[in-house]
Design a protein around this ligand. Sequence first.
Ligand SMILES: Nc1nc2c(ncn2[C@@H]2O[C@H](COP(=O)(O)OP(=O)(O)O)[C@@H](O)[C@H]2O)c(=O)[nH]1
Ligand SMILES: Nc1ncnc2c1ncn2[C@@H]1O[C@H](COP(=O)(O)OP(=O)(O)O)[C@@H](O)[C@H]1O
Length: 188
Amino acid sequence: MVQKQQKLVILCGAPGSGKTTVQDFLVQSGFTKVITHTTRKRRATEQDGHDYYFETATSFKSKHYLETVVYDGQAYGSSFEGLKKDLLPTGKAVIVLDTQGVKAYLEKLPAELLTVIFLKVPSKKLQKERLIARGDNLASIKQRLASKEAKRDEKLSPELESVAHVLVNQELAKTLAQVKRIVTDTPG
Ligand SMILES: Nc1nc2c(ncn2[C@@H]2O[C@H](COP(=O)(O)OP(=O)(O)O)[C@@H](O)[C@H]2O)c(=O)[nH]1
Ligand SMILES: Nc1ncnc2c1ncn2[C@@H]1O[C@H](COP(=O)(O)OP(=O)(O)O)[C@@H](O)[C@H]1O
């Protein structure tokens, strides 16, 4: 399915690390967003078919996935069909995944297609402040940050550390400039 010159940027990191912000930046720079599926409740700022395909437990099961995960008690999944459709028009796509999903992509897709960027939030305090600024309520922030998946995704496993570009997202303009350099410099 993958052709020469194609590039898939994978963004991962803890909640509030800036994955969606960087994804929006890459979309503005000509990348197509790969929209994934989830059973999580839609946030007030999110739109079905734009941020996610929001699913019920039943509709989630009816799809054909490349990989699925459970994150903070909710199902998330991405499909080969979606990836193929989103890669074809521009040859450049961006997807947001948890670190378990990143491992699945590295196993299933050719390494030369993939550019993995791991975003880090500079401190716990800033992470919470950014989630509040995003409009998340305190109860959902507390639950999310206490989940084992959010804790796991605060850092990379040694296996992913060897392939990922790690960026500390302190000042946004600097982070975006680093992202731009990475996606321009990496082959694909
Ligand atoms: N493996 C995998 N992870 C996904 C998929 N879609 C979203 N995620 C990840 O699921 C986690 C939770 O996403 P979300 O509920 O939007 O929370 P956020 O990280 O606070 O914005 C994040 O780490 C996303 O990267 C998917 O299709 N597959
Ligand atoms: N470098 C930054 N400085 C200040 N705020 C940021 C920065 N990067 C992202 N944000 C803000 O932090 C919040 C969380 O970012 P978001 O991209 O939604 O994170 P994620 O998708 O990783 O959960 C958003 O309100 C976003 O605008």
